[in-house]
Ligand binder design. Structure first.
Ligand SMILES: Cc1ncc(COP(=O)(O)O)c(C=O)c1O
Length: 387
């Protein structure tokens, strides 16, 4: 591949992988029942708990993020259970599909794509449920399809007040990007995936389970075998796995979690925040519109409306000219928005580069002036650490 064709991944997963992590992936596999591997599992488990800010069990599953989402449902609920599923984007809709597939009775809370879920909707329904029939509240924290971050802190507090319902949350693009203090917010089930803030390739997913979630697990009657989390918990007590794990991805995970610990949670969150602010301010300066409500911008991804330009064509031009891969809109948003992922192994230079590429492409189309393109870079650089 020509040097100029080095691909820069600015999509919300898979995300770029650090050199150290790539090297770990390239190691010769070791036996998954060996002492060396057990030591690795012990280390990754401790660091996963650190990342989730929890003393709960955090289990590692071989499978993508959706495996952890499905595991969250089938291990804690029973056929016919009443649940709230919230949807304000593609991944919220996925929750609804999984819940319905397993025969749960779904009460939907919806908000328009691009707007956040309203916590009061949760409060109202949960307060009315005097018989405590609602068994779980299921939602997406960072809605990758629209670039919206939902107010999980407030919603979790209403779920806690209900006392009976479990919180089952998709934190696939929020863990490792912003604060998700699992114990402080008392979140029962948290699902995430490796190809996001974790900075490793796709193939692993993670699920954090509270004491209350394990109690529900004892009563759950939904069918499960590979994703039966009781087997994972039992094996984890001896730092092992019930089935052959993706050994090399665990090498990678160990490396990436060590890198994250070295950077520190606060610094990680701060980095994602300044990238979000730099992106959003540049977008506005270029006269483009943010798709998500401004007070609810995800730290992982910025979704941008293109109005008079076909977003798919625009993305293609940026890929061909700059070798920067951006994500498109999903479903009815295809061609209408493009999305810039700034999650995981992304630095300030990556952000200013993607802003320059967007500005240059708009300038070539006579959609903005050279002054505007320059101002966008200048505005963004005020948030970035570029020296
Ligand atoms: C918010 C969110 N939830 C769930 C998923 C599904 O994860 P996977 O594709 O790893 O199964 C994704 C992946 O993009 C996501 O962004």
């Amino acid at each position: 591949m020509a040097i100029q064709e080095k691909l820069s991944l600015m999509i919300p997963g898979p995300t770029p992988v650090p050199e150290k992590v790539l090297q770990a992936l390239g190691k010769h596999p070791i036996g998954h029942r060996s002492k060396d591997f057990q030591a690795l599992v012990e280390s990754t488990t401790n660091n996963l708990k650190w990342l989730h800010q929890t003393n709960n069990d955090v289990l590692t599953i071989t499978g993508s993020g959706t495996a952890a989402m499905e595991a969250g449902i089938i291990n804690t609920l029973s056929k016919g259970d009443k649940v709230i599923c919230a949807e304000n984007g593609k991944f919220g809709q996925r929750w609804v599909k999984v819940a319905e597939e397993f025969g749960l009775e779904v009460i939907k809370i919806s908000a328009e794509w691009g707007t956040p879920l309203d916590p009061r909707d949760f409060k109202t329904i949960l307060e009315k449920d005097k018989e405590k029939e609602i068994k779980a509240v299921i939602l997406t924290h960072s809605e990758t399809s629209t670039g919206v971050i939902n107010d999980l802190k407030t919603i979790s507090s209403y779920i806690r007040d209900h006392k009976q319902a479990l919180s089952i949350i998709d934190c696939v693009t929020s863990i490792g990007a912003c604060n998700v203090p699992v114990d402080e917010w008392e979140i029962d089930v948290v699902a995430s995936g490796s190809q996001k803030g974790y900075m490793i390739p796709p193939g692993l997913s993670f699920i954090s389970m509270s004491k209350k979630a394990w109690e529900a697990c004892q009563k759950s009657n939904l069918p499960k075998f590979y994703l039966n989390l009781k087997s994972y918990r039992k094996s984890l007590s001896s730092n092992s796995n019930p089935y052959t794990p993706a050994v090399n991805l665990i090498f990678a995970l160990d490396e990436s979690l060590k890198m994250m610990r070295e950077e520190g949670l606060e610094n990680i969150f701060e980095r994602h925040k300044r990238h979000k602010l730099a992106m959003s301010s540049a977008v506005k300066t270029m006269g483009l519109k943010l798709f998500a409500s401004e007070d609810y911008l995800s730290p992982a991804i910025t979704a941008i409306e293109t109005e008079h330009i076909d977003a798919e064509e625009f993305r293609k031009e940026i890929k061909n000219k700059f070798h920067i891969l951006l994500a498109g809109g999903q479903d009815h948003l295809k061609g209408k928005i493009f999305r810039v992922g700034h999650l995981g192994y992304v630095n300030d230079r990556d952000i200013i580069t993607v802003i320059a590429a967007i500005g240059n492409t708009l300038l070539n189309k006579n959609k903005i002036s050279a002054k505007q393109a320059g101002e966008a870079m200048f505005t963004a650089s005020k948030y970035l650490k570029l020296d």
